[in-house]
Design a protein around this ligand. Structure first.
Ligand code: ADP
Ligand code: MG
Length: 716
């Protein structure tokens, strides 16, 4: 009796995170108090079957949502969306509608919930939507629950939406993502029928590990490069502090712990299922990871999380740096995208089973993903290409720009055996292939290869090359599409064999063997950072595209255009527009960097150097005036000469930078500007930085006004 009472009160008053988890979300719990069973069923169908919410139900849902939001203290609502530049966009409208000079009502209709027309002419459209016809609209995505965002004590109801032009082109990240999800669900479900006809649907799961740096707010404010470009454009790397590996999994600094606790609490209230936190490899670097969720929701949550982290950090006198490479010579940050497919019967299709039958199903999905990555490696590379990510990929650190797949020793052996198995060599055994049961525990232990951009980690693939500041959609749109396309092709090939009389399992095995043979070159288990791999990859015919300007071209390659248009993901026009936006974004980041760098050199670096130069010169003059013999002045003389040389170089290079920047911007097309920025400006940044960093190394600390790496990286 007392036991059951205990349990009861425990449920009524949950403790720990459960006490407030999801309290800002209009999820099943909140819906119960504000909606009829029919309306809840409509939402459920929309979430699970992609069903369109009926207009009458939308009115009721809007009414319930409004009452909930008002009870929660919100006065306004906004359609929340993810435009192609920046993180998220909001335009707030009040529920309130005046009815007289001293009275009014709070209204929210199904129509207002379902569709809005933001004045969004300034969002990038890549030319799809000229500003004079600047009409685009947002449309409700019922598969991602509405939530209440709290900023500065103000609460606003946020409704996740897609953003499209009136002519139907997607202007955001979410709209195409939803299309690819439908595509991959269907393709996977169709293939599942070979193994289990009870499978009615599949879902795609994503778990996003988010790396980030923290820096003290006051130091951040003193570094224009961090403030405007998100990374240090200059800064001498100190001897100590570079790779202090002891930071990894070390104890979390107190100040940071307080910040983490706060933003996690905010995230949990928003239903973001954060589970882990730890220090990362570099000093000042950390990571958090949620439990995986349905992909669309996981992407929304990651986007929201980035916002929440930034907002909470300033309350703690900190700034979050989501840039992929804030500091030279120190590890960069990524966003590991853990991806898998799950059937409606609850089977993870990327989890090796414990029977030959289940293993054939596993191998089918496993090998088809490998093939998809092999065929469209350049497109995957393009999907993660940004100015910031260029500093990670192909820059001798995690992960390399060469797309390859790591699968671990056990599975390499399994694939070898599978590929080499001679047809009909079953020794009279049953019709199934003779793949040994693969103990899962063994698989979980195989992967500690941190150098692979795309790794199989036991029951999921992990795309690690995604940049820390990126919206995951860009990478996930490509991954979903190439896998779905491959599964569709696979089914066509297998069906053809079945139709010509081959038993199903034989047909599956035979097609799998063919695609494995044709794509196994992408499988690589060695050190992805080594020079040998660069040579080896070239021999294997794998691309090594080191920069964004070149990588983006893959989007418009005939193979990619066919892939996207034939599967109804992007029209040719949309692809062109998106690629144009990516080039523009790249150019804008580098142009901004050029300006900030130039200004810092002119107004911080050179003045600091001249100050020190003057002091050395004065010292020398003083020494001379009191008759010190010249042989005792050689050190100062040398320093003065070196320093003066560096000042001249810095000024010269800075003049070049300004000139080349102008020349680059004079190119008419964003793509050409991008190439000049990559080929001319980036090397100039490096040269200028080298000179500046040498000055910093030699300069009197008292004269160097910018915060140094050793200060920026120290948090306790
Ligand atoms: P690590 O990669 O560091 O070993 P975990 O195994 O904890 O870490 O997984 C990292 C992320 O992968 C987490 O977000 C976790 O929820 C997610 N994850 C685990 N299993 C799956 C799965 N089947 N599909 C998608 N994501 C998954
Ligand atoms: Mg991981």
């Amino acid at each position: 009796m007392s036991h059951s009472e205990d349990t009861h009160s425990h449920l009524e008053h949950p403790q720990g995170i459960s006490a407030y988890y999801g309290e800002l979300v209009f999820g099943p719990k909140a819906q119960k108090g504000y909606l009829s069973a029919e309306a809840i069923a409509e939402i459920h169908k929309a979430v699970n079957d992609g069903h369109t919410v009926h207009r009458d139900a939308a009115d009721e849902i809007a009414g319930g949502m409004k009452r909930w939001a008002l009870d929660m203290g919100a006065t306004h609502y906004t359609h929340w969306f993810q435009p192609l530049r920046g993180t998220t966009a909001e335009k707030h409208d009040s529920f309130f509608e005046p009815t007289d000079v001293d009275s009014g009502i709070e209204v929210f209709s199904g129509k207002a919930l379902a569709q809005q027309e933001p004045d969004a002419s300034s969002f990038p459209s890549g030319g799809i939507r000229n500003t004079f016809e600047a009409r685009g609209y947002t449309a409700w995505d019922p598969s991602s629950p509405a939530f209440i965002l709290e900023k500065g004590g103000v609460r606003t109801l946020c409704i996740p939406t897609i953003f499209v032009s009136y002519t139907g082109e997607a202007l955001d990240y979410k709209a195409p993502l939803l299309k690819t999800l439908a595509f991959v669900r269907k393709a996977a479900t169709d293939v599942c029928q070979y193994f289990d006809t009870d499978v009615r649907d599949c879902s795609v799961s994503l778990g996003v590990e988010q790396e980030y740096f923290l820096v003290r707010e006051d130091l951040y404010q003193a570094r224009p490069d961090l403030m405007y470009a998100g990374r240090t454009l200059i800064g001498h790397t100190p001897a100590k502090g570079q790779q202090m590996e002891d930071h990894y999994f070390g104890s979390i600094p107190t100040k940071v712990q307080a910040f983490m606790n706060d933003f996690e609490q905010q995230a949990h209230r928003l239903g973001i299922p954060l589970r882990t936190r730890h220090n990362e490899v570099a000093p000042g670097q950390f990571e958090c990871a949620p439990q995986f969720e349905s992909l669309n929701l996981a992407v929304d949550h990651n986007t929201l999380l980035m916002d929440v982290m930034g907002a909470v950090a300033t309350d703690h006198g900190l700034r979050v740096l989501l840039h992929e490479k804030p500091y030279k010579g120190i590890n960069g940050s990524g966003k590991h995208n853990n991806w898998s497919l799950v059937t409606s019967t609850g089977v993870n299709l990327l989890s090796p089973g414990n029977s030959p039958q289940l293993n054939l199903q596993f191998l089918t999905f496993f090998i088809n993903v490998i093939k998809a990555v092999y065929d469209h490696a350049d497109l995957l590379r393009a999907s993660i290409a940004t100015a910031a990510n260029d500093h990670r990929l192909g820059a001798n650190e995690a992960p390399p720009a060469i797309m390859s797949v790591f699968i671990g020793d056990t599975l390499s052996k399994v694939l070898d055996d599978f590929e080499n198995k001679i047809e009909g060599n079953n020794h009279g055994q049953q019709e199934s292939i003779n793949i040994p049961n693969i103990p899962e525990i063994l698989l979980d232990n195989t992967d500690r290869n941190r150098t692979s951009p795309f790794a199989f980690t036991g029951n999921k693939f992990e795309f690690r090359a995604v940049g820390s500041s990126d919206n995951c959609s860009s990478a996930m749109v490509v991954l979903n599409t190439i896998v779905a396309n491959q599964l569709t092709q696979f089914k066509v090939d297998v069906d053809a064999k079945i139709n010509s009389g081959m038993p199903t399992e034989d047909a599956i095995e035979m097609v799998l063997r063919t695609i494995l043979t044709s794509s196994k070159n992408i499988i690589f288990g060695g050190n992805g950072y080594s020079d040998e791999w660069v040579v080896e990859a070239k021999k294997r015919g794998l691309s090594n595209v080191k920069n964004t300007a070149e990588a983006l071209q893959a989007y418009l390659a005939p193979k990619s255009v066919a892939l996207f248009t034939e599967n109804g993901i992007f029209s040719h026009k949309e692809l062109e527009a998106r690629t144009e936006i990516r080039y523009e974004t790249y150019v804008l980041s580098l142009e901004l960097e050029a300006k900030v760098l130039s200004e810092m050199i002119q107004t911080f670096v050179i003045p600091s150097a001249i100050k020190y130069q003057g002091r050395i010169a004065k010292g020398l003059a003083d020494m001379k005036s009191i008759g010190i013999e010249p042989s005792l002045m050689t050190a100062q003389m040398d320093l003065l000469r070196t320093f003066s040389g560096l000042i001249n170089s810095a000024q010269q290079l800075n003049n070049n930078l300004i000139e080349e920047n102008e020349k680059a911007m004079a190119n008419e097309h964003a793509k050409d500007r991008a190439l000049v920025f990559n080929n001319v400006l980036r090397p100039l940044f490096d040269e200028l930085r080298a000179v500046s960093d040498e000055m910093e190394r030699l300069c009197d600390d008292a004269d160097w006004t910018l915060p140094k790496y050793r200060e920026l990286l120290m948090l306790s």
